[in-house]
Design a protein around this ligand. Structure first.
Ligand code: ZN
Length: 429
């Protein structure tokens, strides 16, 4: 039988016995193959009673069988385990909590979290969001009280979203530019109160437009929308969509208005091409060179946003957002491209949204850009964890902690989450 002659050097060890080696297409069927999901192709000769492949998160027993002999550079651990000379035992470093803490590669702190909050005009409002237990729409006065208390508990950063009464909405989302709207009022109130909070604001129009899309509609598509309302005559090749270039100039105005009111970081969320560059230029022209842009660079057209749309009262009144938000059927290469475009235009922070279903994307993006990468654990993720915990199906705190560590492990610099206050409480306990 052929056994790879360069096995020892490729594995970086020199004590692999000759009967262990890489699979070879010409092998007889009497060898034992690793049958694990990785199909790593590791094998040991028949006659050795037990073999364990450690190439996987869970060691997989090697079994007799044909398997697919995959050319693969073996790891020493796989080759040695199952032998009489059991040098490598990864469990040694998990033996007690001190060792585990010592070796943890990442940790969570209270400053790693940003709390998204919803604010609407009025007074004394604390309106529960049914699909997001524990989350509310607040009027600026009530939100100021809450923020004051949360800051004293350790909250460092918030991301403000405006909620608008239907009577204030129009085709262009004009109310977003009212310097006295709920978001701007809250910014001024928090700054005046001297709270030590980093104030981030969402820049978009879906909360402000009568049609619920993220900017004014493209002129030609308005007709399409009328046809869509009319039913079957809608043009499938030209669905109504947002006017990109009109929107980015409006976003730039919104960014300046928010900065004038006290925003420290503005966060364009509409996935409009060249929004970041246009906003940067406008901020610099208005002498806000020190205000940072956190771009929702990688935002998928996700069904996990459902509860948010109740919270922000912003569902699209027709169609969907697939002509501007990203298609999750494409590879992470598109995400990396989007993020790099934003970085080139001046984004100080890029974001991946949603979180948990897109950890692969988060990992790729964070490894590819020279700026911090944020992740947004979205409303649907929060609602699932909350509802499963309420039903007694999962234990909430350990599951949430596990999710947060997954974001960190995948490369998130910080996490935007509705669990922020619970995380602060848990981390401070
Ligand atoms: Zn939007």
């Amino acid at each position: 039988m052929a056994v790879s002659s360069n096995l020892s050097s490729s594995a970086g060890v020199n004590h692999i016995p000759p009967q262990f080696g890489q699979a070879d297409a010409s092998m007889p069927r009497s060898v034992l193959f690793c049958r694990s999901t990785l199909q790593c192709g590791h094998f040991i000769l028949a006659g050795i009673p037990r073999g364990i492949c450690h190439c996987n998160p869970r060691p997989a027993p090697m079994q007799a069988g044909t398997g697919t002999a995959v050319a693969h550079s073996c790891k020493a651990a796989c080759m040695i385990a199952g032998m009489t000379n059991r040098l490598i035992r990864p469990r040694r470093l998990r033996r007690n909590s001190i060792l585990r803490d010592l070796l943890a590669d990442h940790s969570l702190g209270t400053c790693d979290f940003v709390l998204p909050v919803f604010v609407r005009a009025g007074e004394g409002i604390r309106h529960p969001i049914l699909s997001m237990p524990g989350q509310y729409q607040y009027s600026p006065d009530v939100l100021l009280e809450e923020l004051s208390e949360w800051a004293s508990m350790g909250l460092r950063s918030v991301l403000l979203f405006g909620v608008v009464d239907p009577g204030e909405k129009d085709e262009e989302g004009s109310h977003a530019h009212d310097p006295d709207n709920a978001v701007c009022s809250t910014l001024r109130m928090v700054k005046r109160a001297g709270l030590e909070l980093l104030l981030m604001t969402d820049l978009c129009y879906c909360e402000y437009t009568s049609h619920g899309h993220c900017g004014p509609l493209a002129g030609a598509e308005k007709a399409g929308r009328r046809r869509a309302r009319g039913g079957k005559s809608a043009d499938a090749a030209n669905p109504p969509t947002v006017d990109n270039d009109a929107t980015i100039h409006r976003l730039a105005q919104q960014a300046v208005i928010h900065s004038q009111a006290g925003a420290d970081v503005v966060a364009p969320s509409g996935m409009m091409d060249h929004a970041v560059g246009t906003i940067r230029e406008a901020l610099d022209e208005a002498n806000f060179t020190d205000r940072a842009i956190m771009s929702y660079s990688v935002k998928y057209a996700s069904s996990y946003y459902g509860p948010f749309r109740e919270a922000a009262e912003s569902p699209p009144q027709f169609g969907d957002r697939k002509s501007y938000q990203m298609d999750f059927r494409r590879t992470a290469a598109e995400a990396v491209r989007e993020a790099n475009i934003d970085v080139a235009e001046g984004a100080d922070i890029v974001m991946v949204k949603p979180g948990m279903p897109y950890l692969d994307v988060l990992s790729r993006v964070s490894a590819s850009v020279p700026v911090p990468t944020a992740v947004y654990q979205v409303s649907g993720e929060y609602a699932m964890l909350k509802s499963a915990a309420a039903a007694g199906w999962i234990e909430e705190k350990p599951c949430v902690l596990e999710a947060m560590h997954a974001f960190k492990r995948a490369g998130a610099s910080f996490i935007i989450s509705y669990y922020t206050m619970e995380m602060i409480e848990w981390l401070n306990a």
